[in-house]
Design a protein around this ligand. Structure first.
Ligand code: GRF
Length: 189
């Protein structure tokens, strides 16, 4: 399968995915990385891995429409089978998501349906839960909704800050995302 990653920032999940799906992985590999932020580290990481990296702007006006038109064409031209959102900080339109239904995944740093949206780790701390984690799910028109592929759990420890908790979850994200993609590509979900 030919896969594209969309990322807005640091790109540590992108890195884990690149490691898990190198060019010679018969299951699939990443052929394209798209970012809505020119300065995203994710774009640099793609270039370092010799993967095509495209900055696609999200202008103030009609940003979503513009982004989706350009990104949609890139995905089409690269014959992408599966789109992986990895720290992609924008909400895609229902039309775009429907066009990719069953072929677009996201990762979120909580055990969904708990704590959707921004600052999921802080939300978990404020709720006082003893356990949280991460979720890989198919994307639908909602924010952090859609059928769940898999979750990994982590404890919330005494003295945790949003940062220490985020780091503990992130370690699990780097395992969860490649595993979820493997399952989807093998047709197990
Ligand atoms: C991750 O915590 C991901 O779950 C969330 O944004 C963060 C992205 O991190 N949606 P990175 O860019 O993959 O390092």
């Amino acid at each position: 399968a030919r896969m594209a990653v969309m990322a807005s920032g640091r790109g540590s999940n992108l890195e884990a995915l690149i490691k898990a799906f190198p060019h010679d992985n018969p299951l699939g590999h990443i052929v394209l990385v798209i970012s809505d932020r020119r300065e995203a580290l994710a774009l640099q990481k793609a270039v370092e891995a010799q993967i095509e990296a495209e900055y696609v702007p999200w202008p103030k006006e009609r940003g979503r429409e513009q982004f989706e038109r350009v990104a949609g064409r890139l995905l089409h031209d690269h014959r992408i089978d599966l789109v992986l959102l990895a720290g992609f900080m924008r909400l895609l339109s229902p039309g775009f998501v429907q066009a990719w239904e069953g072929r677009i995944l996201n990762i979120h740093p909580s055990l969904l349906p708990q704590f959707p949206g921004l600052h999921a780790q802080r939300q978990a701390l404020e709720a006082g839960v003893s356990e949280t984690g991460c979720t890989v799910h198919f994307v639908d028109a909602g924010m952090d909704t859609g059928p769940i592929v898999l979750q990994r759990r982590v404890p919330v420890l005494p003295g945790d800050t949003a940062e220490t908790l985020a780091a503990r979850i992130l370690e699990q994200e780097h395992l969860a995302y490649p595993e979820a993609v493997r399952r989807v590509l093998k047709g197990e979900v």
